[in-house]
Ligand binder design. Sequence first.
Ligand code: F0G
Length: 348
Amino acid sequence: MPRGVIERYRTLLPVTRKTPVVTLLEGSTPLIRAKRLEKELGQKGLELYLKYEGVNPTGSFKDRGMTVAVSKALEEKARAVICASTGNTSASAAAYAGRAGLRCVVLVPKAKIALGKLAQALVHGADVVAINGNFDQALRMVVEISRTRRITLVNSINPNRIEGQKTAAFEICDDLGVPDYHAIPVGNAGNITAYWKGYREYRAKGKISRLPKMIGFQALGASPIVQGRVFRNPKTVATAIRIGNPASWQSAVRAREESGGLIDTVTDREILSAYRMLASLEGIFVEPASAASVAGVLKLSRKKFFKKKRIVCVLTGHGLKDPDAAFKQVSPPRTVKAELKRVLEAIL
Ligand code: F0G
């Protein structure tokens, strides 16, 4: 029987028998060896694995955290949940809140959210408010609102979100063992925090005996952690990680320091190149932000950075989320008359 992450890892999560489990059977996502991409790396003999989180029920890794956050909100008799979002959190919150019978309010930056994500939040019945501002401003406002009203915040500063998201690290260890390097896009920095927590807990339980180096990647135009300063006006094609003042900044730095890893930048051009390579070489369609992990590994391998061989890249969200980004990378199909001769001319 398929199980969601709460049933699969119940003893490692903050739930009891009394917690009403709200699940869409998220998690248990594939870890896919990427042999054709391995050939494109600047170092020989590396093993590259892709944790494809885009196949979660709403198309991103957020579902792992949302099943826990919404189940706990329901247990605590909340009536409503609220979040700020670059898109995926809002889609996931809207879906799980809908299933739980809770009201869902989301604040998104106007015109900087991918079409599919906005469609999801609206169809799932969330109250969506677009602000003339960015994610960081939206987050400040929802934090304030949740402090003063009876409405549960489901951004990743809610510890239940991190608890749910750490299960992806458990799955990687269960499927592969401990990787040498764990590569991940960094936006608000909740996910790098969650994976690092997951790996450490699995070691404390004796399930693994060592830890991976955490290597995070921010888009150059939205790289506050790398540059050590807040970005007032973050810019990147990877709208999901267009964040200038990450809420989990300090814990991302801790994950980097404690693991002996790094947090580096990738350019939009590098992100889009990795995006096309994932789709054309491996058959894996991701949204631009997700390609940041692979872009980073391509960049570091060209500098012969890797001393050990086994690398896991997290692919955080599905490519169908952002059709506009896809169409900007390709030419439109040729149109011909509905005649065999014309079709043959077009394809030969
Ligand atoms: N990749 C995708 C596809 C995302 O949607 C996000 C974050 C990240 C990476 C970065 O993860 O914030 O934990 O460091 N999206 C949030 C949202 C901000 O609102 O959907 P992070």
